[in-house]
Design a protein around this ligand. Sequence first.
Ligand SMILES: [Zn+2]
Length: 79
Amino acid sequence: MAKQRMQQCLTCGAFSLQTVCPKCGERAQAAAPLKWSPEDNRASLRRKMKGVEEKDWPSQLATLPSLQEMKQNHASEEE
Ligand SMILES: [Zn+2]
């Protein structure tokens, strides 16, 4: 069976799984993902989802080893 994608009619906006709209007979195309916007209109939603405003959020971030550790590792690699 062919891969089925949600299609949306270019004319009336109806959704279906066919490339021809069942409502008006016009062409339908794959429903597009959310539009990318430089203004990032959903940024506040994403921040909420990820809990960026929580107090302990920074502690979940990846960190680099300390400079001292990096120097030690580098030295041992050269030996
Ligand atoms: Zn249509």
